[in-house]
Design a protein around this ligand. Sequence first.
Ligand code: TXA
Ligand code: MG
Length: 357
Amino acid sequence: MTEVIRVDPAAPDEAALKPAAERLRAGGLVAFPTETVYGLGAHALDAAAVRRVFAAKGRPSTDPLIVHVADVAAIDRLVTVIPDAARALAARFWPGPLTLVLPKSAAVPVEVTAGLDTVAIRVPSHPVAQALLRLADIPVAAPSANLFSRPSPTRAAHVMEDLKGRIDLVVDAGPTDVGIESTVIDLSSGTPAILRPGAVTLEMIRKVVPQALGERPRPAEAQSPDTAMPAPGLLERHYSPRTPMTLYEGAGAVDAIVADARLARNRGQRVGILAADEDRRKLGAAGGVEGGPPIRIVSVGSAGELEAVAAHLYAALRELDAAELDLILARSFPARAGIGLAIQDRLRRAAGNRIAT
Ligand code: TXA
Ligand code: MG
């Protein structure tokens, strides 16, 4: 049985959250909202609880978890050193959607870090996450609360879709704000490098740490499957719908989607399109032959408002995936800078790198 507790996202009732905090302290699994996506929390210093997180998600034990704490003071016991760059980034962006990778202390179980000697830490800003972390008064390891390789959950209903019956409790505070996972930056050695782009953008980070690299350095050699991944997201297919998806990039993307959707529909295939509001007129022409299956169009908002696109992206992928389609054709969004890079990263992974240009 998975219990659902509803709380006010802006001012959560402490009495309502207490049982959730108690479950965490006792080694249970509790999904809760953060400003990015819902997380699946477990006591980070309890190895057995952490192993249950991997089991519930079906996640390979080689992919390390992020440890969530209520404030920067709580990281002292989790790490061995805090470089100046880490202090500066924490001061500027915490609480918020930024994860820092630092050298781990002996207090952090190897289960959390998949055997790496570094630990990823973040202080979330969501009032519910903050209240829960303070009540529990322990560091909480929390990956996104989805089944492994499915799109991350931005609503409690997404968590239940994937994990109902597999976890103890879901704290439901409505849709999350940012919609895509935190920016991950490695500060454990050498030049700080972004391992996963997110809402805290490279431009924002460089105002604090000018030398930061915008991309994870390429691994020197291919990793064997049973060593921990040195950087997140090396799995190409990730955050993905089950339905095969192709991402259309480049200037003629929407026209190519219209043409390909028509062809597929005329072959009798059920087609879904991930679109933007301004594509509606062009997509009207994709209707194809009379009597064929309808084309399902889901918009993520205007391509001119990338924050809103990020907020709606995963819900749209889940909606298309639930529609029992044969294929999904997705448009791309301006990816020159800012959160556009993070949106491009997630769409490319969702498409398993099936990209039409
Ligand atoms: O926004 C978020 O970060 C959400 C919310 C719940 O906080 N969490 C999240 O967790 O996205 P997860 O487990 O889905 O993604 C964590 C990423 C993975 O790609 C993992 O490889 C990376 O962080 N990571 C964790 N520990 C690491 C480490 N020590 N070194 C490098 N990467 C690490
Ligand atoms: Mg995840």
